[in-house]
Write a protein that binds this ligand. Structure first.
Ligand code: PLP
Length: 327
C-alpha cells in the first residue's frame, strides 16, 4: 500500500478514543457496547468528515487550489467541517446549501457563518447544477476552486476511513476486545466504503454494518453499486489489489423514518437515552438514527448479551440546536 505517500493535510489528533458504555449497555441488558469517538475530532466541533478532509485538502493543496467548494443540506456537518478545515488550510470556502435562508442561522449553519464561508442557498433539485455554476463563476474571476462532492465521498475522502480502520485494529489489540459488529450511520458512502475496505485489509472478523440514513437498496440510485464503486476506486488509489463486490457490504435500510433530516421518536429517544446514561450527545439526523437502529436491533435480539458491539460515533452534535423545539 502507498497510504503514507498520499497527500494529507493535518486537521486533528488521532487515534480518537474508544470506551465502554457501561451504564448504557446495562440499560438494554444486551451486548457490551463500545464507542469510537469520531465526534470529538478536534476541528470545528468534530465529526467523520474530518478524516476525509485530511486527504481531500491534501489533494487540493497539491493542485495549488485556493478555494474549497462543496454542497449539502442546511444542517450539513460535512459543509461545516469543510468551512472549518478550509480556514485551517488558509483557503476560502463556498457552500451550496439546499434549503431556505432562515431568519436566524443556528446549528451547523451558524457555524458555517462563523467560519466565514460564502453560503449559496438553492432548491434540492438545483443543487448539482448550482455547485458547478459556483465553481465556474470562481474560475471566471481568477480563483482556483477545488470541488468536493457531497459528503466528501469519493476515492480520495474514503482513504480517511481505510486509515481509520488501521487505527482501530491497533486499538482493539491493545484493549483486547473483538467486536462482533461495527455499527454506524451511512449516507453518502465514503465512511462505509472505507471501513469495509479497511476491514478486508486488516482481516477484521466482525460485521461492518451501515445503518442507512437515507439510502435504499433499490430505486433510482441503489446504494450498493455506489459503495462498491467508491471502495474499489479507493483500493486502486492506495495500491491495494482488493476488489469488493456488492455482497461485501452490510446495509440496513430499516430506519429511514420520515426521510432525511426528519427525526422522530426513535431518534429523540436515542438522544435522551445516551445523554442520560453516559453524558454523550448524538445528532438528530445521523447518529441518533443509527443508535436508534442499534437499540431496536438489541431489543429484537438480533444482537445478543454475549456479543460485543462497537458503535462508531460519526458526530453531528451541532445539529441538536436546530431541533430545539422538538427536543
Ligand atoms: C456525513 C455523516 C455521516 C455519513 O457518512 P457518509 O460517509 O456520508 O456515509 C454519518 N454521520 C454524520 C454525523 C455525518 O455528518
Amino acid at each position: 500500500m502507498i497510504l503514507e505517500m498520499l497527500p494529507r493535510f493535518h486537521l486533528a489528533e488521532f487515534p480518537t478514543p474508544i470506551h465502554y458504555l457501561e451504564s448504557f449497555s446495562k440499560a438494554f441488558n444486551g451486548p457490551a457496547i463500545f464507542m469510537k469517538r469520531d465526534d470529538v475530532t478536534l476541528l470545528g466541533m468534530g465529526g467523520n468528515k474530518t478524516r476525509k478532509l485530511e486527504f481531500l485538502i491534501g489533494e487540493a493543496m497539491k493542485q495549488e487550489k485556493d478555494t474549497l467548494v462543496t454542497a449539502g443540506g442546511l444542517q450539513s456537518n460535512h459543509c461545516r467541517l469543510t468551512a472549518a478545515a478550509a480556514r485551517k488550510a488558509g483557503l476560502s470556502c463556498h457552500l451550496v446549501l439546499n434549503g431556505e435562508k432562515p431568519e436566524i442561522p443556528n446549528g451547523n449553519l451558524l457555524l458555517d457563518k462563523i467560519f466565514g464561508a460564502n453560503v449559496h442557498y438553492c432548491d434540492r433539485k438545483d443543487r448539482d447544477r448550482r455547485l458547478s455554476q459556483v465553481a465556474e463563476d470562481l474560475v471566471a474571476v481568477g480563483k482556483k476552486p477545488y470541488v468536493i462532492p457531497v459528503g466528501g465521498s469519493n476515492s480520495i475522502g474514503s482513504v480517511g476511513y481505510v486509515v481509520a480502520m488501521l487505527e482501530l485494529e491497533t486499538q482493539l489489540k491493545d484493549m483486547h476486545i473483538k467486536p462482533d459488529a461495527i455499527v454506524f450511520a451511512t449516507s453518502s458512502g465514503g465512511t462505509q466504503a472505507g471501513l469495509t475496505l479497511g476491514a478486508k485489509i486488516t482481516n477484521f472478523s466482525g460485521q461492518v454494518i451501515g445503518i442507512s440514513i437515507d439510502q435504499t437498496k433499490t430505486g433510482d440510485e441503489p446504494f450498493l453499486p455506489i459503495l462498491t464503486e467508491i471502495a474499489n476506486t479507493t483500493a486502486q488509489r492506495i495500491g491495494s489489489h482488493i476488489q469488493l463486490v456488492e455482497e461485501d457490504f452490510s446495509l440496513n435500510c430499516d430506519y429511514l423514518g420520515a426521510g432525511y433530516a426528519m427525526p422522530g421518536d426513535i431518534e429523540f429517544n436515542a438522544i435522551r437515552d445516551l445523554a442520560q446514561h453516559e453524558g454523550i450527545l448524538l445528532g438528530p439526523v445521523y447518529t441518533a438514527r443509527a443508535m436508534g437502529g442499534l437499540i431496536d436491533l438489541i431489543q429484537k435480539e438480533y444482537f445478543t448479551k454475549d456479543q460485543t458491539i462497537l458503535f462508531w460515533h460519526t458526530g453531528g452534535t451541532p445539529e441538536l440546536f436546530a431541533w430545539a423545539n422538538e427536543l
